[in-house]
Design a protein around this ligand. Structure first.
Ligand code: BDP
Length: 681
């Protein structure tokens, strides 16, 4: 295994080799397009490496791949009805083996060339997993429309919340010279179905503001064309103050006629360079970034002026809803950051133009290890919405600690919002079906950098892989996705598969155990957000409090006595969260302030739960270490060492969390551990 190749190892096939070879001798590409060229290249590369076969482009002999779109392939010849393609999306495909008149063919037929590309990656996956391909007949379409990645890369080469080196796009306030890695990144993303990417940080500083100017547009175009060849639409994050900073205007007021014209001209200029440009992603009036509020305008005016400019080119505005007051007064207990997104945006439903999409983080706070699902998701029936996840492990161990996030994302997607009664799950909101959104989908903050293995911790590759697979088809189970990634990355050794699977599947819960308890979140070191700091944010302005005192802990978000946040949910969720009896344990302290002696559904008191989980968390990390050491010699040496070293760092981190959190709560409460373990030496 070469960790750079990630899940596209294309390692030589064992027992099935001869059988596969019968099917895979030649390739017939039915038409010319950049995307089909990428697909054909990938097939040639993969099949050469797995089977030692050079796919012949000319012979129509025994065993060939037929690659193309349904309009170009002669469907009749293979007995396929065109109806097969009627009900699938533009990105869907048919993957089928046919054996007729002594001739074998593998059909990779997309509704469009993008579908054919996905079919090619599907076939390569099947081969690497060494499963039978005869017979096979699969028709697939992605469930979500936008399947997006947000890079938080800055042009000085740093990455905001990056934990795997520097940017693969930029260095020294410019684009890099060599785009080899960008192309390999495009391959990785396309292989799991990603179809859109924004290539700069949502916080747009001085240099990045110029990405939409002549200074950088030629290079944006170069990078864009690499992604386009893999079916990935390029987006840029923009600075809301661009009309002033780039255009020299005296204002960025969205209702000013000169500002409107400036955006119109700017967008037209961008499309001259990049005809398939996707549009803008905008973080406005958030954490100090400029926005329409300066001019006494709101999000609607702010987004719509951009939408109008983009409309003629079919471009989109992705407007982020991560908007809250980051200068709160911690003495004022009536303010609640969790309420902010809903309070800001819900009243604006129906007022945005139809090429605006609101991008909403999965939780109301900020990517904590445990949060309730944002009540804004699904609450706007007349406004396109998109969900935002964070693959980068900002609050979940920074790719030092292992934390596999697929189980968390699955819980989010399966969450029942009841916005239209039963059957209103998040997954049917973001796939557009529930409210019939014109545009919708899922975006996530990338976790890659220029580290040799892309993600720092090799096991963190699973989060990127899993993200793509899960949003392609939210019905896939965590186990299916996990197994698939392990087989593609590490091969088929039983012990290796079981060990990696064990670690991944337990990792999220383990991380939750040794960090902040019961949904309260935070308690991290301010700024960089790694490691414990029990009161790190408690008396600051960010609105992320836990309110621990000698009597108890938790944020009262109930309707009667608290911030009223609970009422942003539909019934029965509102009632469940509002009730001390019904609220699920794992979110108890997110919604309620309780005494340390409060009894959980599990039967334990809050304080004993804190002690127990913190001792267990460390023990479980130690079990990870033992298990991992057990497969030494069975995985690539560099990968073995990489994971081994990070597991050690994780243990140190877990111990620090355990000791600080347990000591803190012992000192606050004065209540002893029932098992008399040493809380602090
Ligand atoms: C927070 C990050 C910050 C981002 C912000 C955002 O700490 O670096 O800029 O989210 O999403 O999680 O805009």
């Amino acid at each position: 295994t070469d960790s750079y190749q990630a899940w596209l190892q294309y390692r030589p096939i064992g027992a099935k080799k001869e059988e596969y070879k019968k099917w895979l001798a030649a390739i017939e590409v039915k038409e010319e397009s950049k995307i089909l060229e990428s697909a054909a290249d990938e097939l040639k590369k993969g099949i050469q490496s797995m089977l030692g076969v050079t796919l012949d482009p000319d012979t129509y002999g025994e065993g060939r791949i037929v690659l193309g779109t349904y309009e170009q392939v002669d469907l009749k010849q293979y007995g396929i009805s065109p109806d097969t393609f009627r009900d699938i999306s533009d990105e869907g495909y048919l993957l089928k083996s046919v054996f007729e008149k002594e001739e074998r063919a593998i059909l990779l037929i997309g509704k469009t060339d993008r579908g054919a590309l996905y079919a090619a990656f599907h076939l390569l996956r099947l081969l690497q997993k060494e499963v039978p391909i005869d017979p096979i007949a699969v028709v697939e379409s992605p469930r979500n429309q936008f399947r997006m990645i947000n890079q938080w890369d800055n042009m000085d080469g740093s990455i905001e919340r990056g934990y795997s080196g520097q940017s693969i796009f930029y260095a020294d306030n410019d684009f890099k010279e060599d785009f080899t890695r960008v192309k390999d990144y495009a391959r990785l993303l396309a292989s799991v179905g990603i179809n859109a990417i924004s290539i700069n940080n949502v916080n747009v500083w001085d240099v990045e503001t110029k990405l939409i100017s002549k200074t950088f547009l030629p290079k944006v175009k170069a990078v864009s064309s690499i992604f386009s060849a893999y079916g990935i639409i390029p987006f840029l994050s923009i600075n809301y103050a661009s009309p002033m900073e780039l255009g020299g205007l005296g204002t960025a007021d969205p209702l000013s006629a000169e500002v409107e014209k400036w955006w119109k001209d700017k967008v037209a200029e961008i499309y001259e360079y990049i005809p398939d440009f996707g549009g803008f992603i905008v973080k406005a009036d958030s954490e100090g970034r400029p926005g329409p509020f300066t001019y006494n305008r709101g999000h609607v005016e702010g987004a719509n002026v951009l939408a109008k400019a983009l409309k003629p080119f079919d471009g989109k505005v992705i407007w982020r809803c991560f908007v809250y007051n980051h200068l709160q007064d911690w003495r004022d207990r009536s303010t609640d950051r969790a309420r902010a997104a809903y309070d800001h945006f819900k009243p604006l439903d129906g007022k945005f133009l139809d090429n605006v999409i609101l991008q909403i983080k999965n939780g109301p706070m900020d990517f904590q290890v445990r949060e309730p699902v944002s009540p804004l998701l699904g609450a706007m029936t007349q406004t396109n919405q998109m969900l935002e996840f964070q693959i980068a492990q900002e609050y979940t161990g920074q790719q030092i600690d292992v934390c596999y996030l697929i189980p968390q994302w699955k819980e989010v997607l399966d969450f029942e919002t009841y916005t239209k009664g039963e059957g209103s799950k998040i997954k049917s909101i973001v796939d557009g079906s529930l409210h019939d959104y014109k545009y919708s989908g899922i975006a996530a903050v990338s976790n890659i950098g220029n580290d040799a293995n892309w993600t720092g911790h090799t096991l963190a590759q699973a989060n990127l892989y899993g993200y793509g697979r899960l949003i392609w088809n939210p019905e896939l189970t965590t186990e299916q996705i996990t197994k698939e990634w392990i087989h593609l990355t590490f091969g088929h050794d039983r012990e290796v598969v079981d060990t990696v699977e064990y670690i991944l599947l337990h990792s999220w819960k383990v991380y939750e155990k040794y960090t902040a308890p019961l949904g309260i979140g935070w308690m991290v070191n301010p700024n960089h957000h790694y490691g414990p700091n029990v009161d790190g944010y408690e008396y600051s302005k960010w609105g992320t409090y836990h309110f621990a005192d000698r009597d108890g802990i938790g944020v009262d978000r109930t309707v009667e006595t608290g911030t009223g946040y609970c009422s942003q949910y539909e019934e029965p969720n509102a009632k469940v969260y509002d009730s001390l009896e019904l609220c699920p344990d794992e979110l108890l302290l997110f919604f309620h302030h309780v005494p340390y002696t409060h009894q959980l559904k599990s039967g334990k008191t809050v304080i004993q739960h804190i002690y127990d989980t913190h001792f267990e968390g460390v023990e479980e990390v130690e079990a990870f270490i033992d298990k991992w050491n057990g497969i030494e010699g069975k995985v690539d040496k560099a990968i073995f060492e990489n994971v081994k070293q990070r597991l050690k760092m994780q243990r140190d981190n877990a111990m620090e969390w355990r000791d600080q959190v347990n000591t803190y709560f012992y000192r606050k409460s004065g209540i002893l551990d029932q098992q008399n373990r040493t809380i602090h030496p």
